[in-house]
Design a protein around this ligand. Structure first.
Ligand code: RIB
Ligand code: CA
Length: 309
C-alpha cells in the first residue's frame, strides 16, 4: 500500500497501524497539505516513522494547496505543529527528492502486484496522479479514503474536512472508475479515543505508547473545545484497518457525488444510499464499524512497534 496523509493526530495513528501490522507492506508515504501546511505534515510523517523505528520507507512531499482556491489548515484541531501534545523532537530521515505524485507513480509501476492507495487527507495528490499518469490506474487495486460522510460534516454543516479542502480533487477520484472505499464521519465517529483508550496507550509502558496517549490527550482537548465532544474520533486509522481486515467495516455500494457549486454545500459528499438518482454505484461506502476489532488492531500494532527489539 501507499499511504497519502496530512499528519495530523489521527493520521499519526494510521501510520503506526500501517507499519505495525505485519499483514501490510507500506511501499511509501506521501504527504499533502491539509491539517497543516505541507512542510509540517511532511515533517510529522517523518517523525512518526522515526518514532515507530521504521526506516527504508520513502516519504515524498506532494501538493501544498488544493487544486482550486487556497489552503485552510485545521490548526484549531491539530495545533501549530500539526502534532501538538508530545515532544517529538527526534532525528528523522530525509524526505525523498521527488514529488509525491512521481513517487506514487514509480512505486505502482515497479510493484509486482496492484497497489492499494490509502488516502487520509485532501485528495489532491491522488487526483493529480490519476490525471498525470492515467496509465497507472489498472495497477491500482483500490483507493481507500477517509473523507466525506453519509450524514453531516465537520468543517461546514455538510462538508467533511478532507473533501471540503479540495472538492475538485475528490470529484476527480470519485469519477475515476477505480474501486473505491469511502470511510466517512458516519463511521469514524464511532471510534472514540476515550480515557480508557488513552490509559491503555499509556499502559503499554513504551515511549510510543506514551506519545500516542499524549497525542490523544491533546486531540481530546481540541474536540472538546471545538465541538463539545469529550472524546475525539480517530478517523484515519479506520481506513488502514479496512485494508487489513475488510470485516472491520460494513460497506454498501452506492452512487457518491461531490457538490462543487453549492452555496452552502460545496464539498459535501452526496451519498445516494437509497438509489434515488438512478446513478450507477461508484463507491463502497462504509456504514458500519466493528469498534472493538478496530481498537484491537490498532493497540496490537502500537504494542508490537514499541516492544523492545
Ligand atoms: O475530517 C477528518 C479528516 O480531516 C481526517 O483525515 C483528519 O486527519 C483531517 O485530515
Ligand atoms: Ca488526515
Amino acid at each position: 500500500m501507499i499511504v497519502d496523509c496530512d499528519p495530523g493526530h489521527d493520521d499519526a495513528l494510521a501510520l503506526l497501524l500501517a507499519v505495525g501490522d505485519p499483514r501490510l507492506r507500506v511501499l511509501g508515504v506521501t504527504t499533502v497539505a491539509g491539517n497543516q501546511t505541507l512542510d509540517k505534515t511532511t515533517r510529522n510523517a517523518l517523525r512518526m516513522l522515526a518514532l515507530a523505528g521504521v526506516d527504508g520507507v520513502p516519504v515524498a512531499a506532494g501538493c501544498d494547496r488544493p487544486l482550486v482556491g487556497e489552503l485552510t489548515v485545521a490548526e484549531n484541531i491539530h495545533g501549530a505543529s500539526g502534532l501538538d501534545g508530545p515532544d517529538l523532537d527526534l532525528p528523522v530521515a530525509e524526505v525523498a527528492d521527488v514529488h509525491a505524485v512521481e513517487l506514487m507513480r514509480r512505486l505502482i509501476v515497479e510493484s509486482a502486484e496492484p497497489v492499494t492507495l490509502v488516502a487520509l487527507g485532501p485528495l489532491t495528490n491522488v487526483a493529480l496522479l490519476l490525471r498525470r499518469h492515467p496509465e497507472v490506474a489498472p495497477r491500482v487495486r483500490r483507493v481507500v479514503f477517509m473523507g466525506g460522510s453519509t450524514e453531516r460534516g465537520n468543517t461546514t454543516p455538510y462538508g467533511e474536512f478532507n473533501i471540503v479542502t479540495d472538492p475538485e480533487a475528490a470529484d476527480i477520484v470519485l469519477r475515476s472508475g477505480l474501486p473505491i472505499t469511502m470511510i466517512g464521519l458516519n463511521v469514524t465517529h464511532q471510534a472514540l479515543a476515550t480515557e480508557q483508550i488513552i490509559a491503555e496507550f499509556r499502559g503499554l509502558g513504551t515511549r510510543l505508547g506514551t506519545v500516542c496517549a499524549e497525542l490523544m490527550t491533546f486531540f481530546a482537548s481540541a474536540y472538546l473545545r471545538e465541538f463539545g465532544l469529550p472524546h475525539p474520533p480517530v478517523h484515519d486509522p479506520i481506513a488502514v484497518a479496512a485494508v487489513i481486515d475488510a470485516s472491520v467495516v460494513r460497506t454498501v455500494a452506492a452512487p457518491v457525488a461531490v457538490e462543487l457549486t453549492g452555496t452552502y454545500t460545496r464539498g459535501a459528499t452526496v451519498v445516494d444510499l437509497h438509489h434515488r438518482t438512478g446513478a450507477a454505484p461508484n463507491v463502497d461506502v462504509a456504514v458500519g464499524l466493528d469498534v472493538d476489532a478496530f481498537w484491537d488492531l490498532l493497540m496490537t500494532a502500537v504494542r508490537r512497534l514499541g516492544a523492545p527489539a
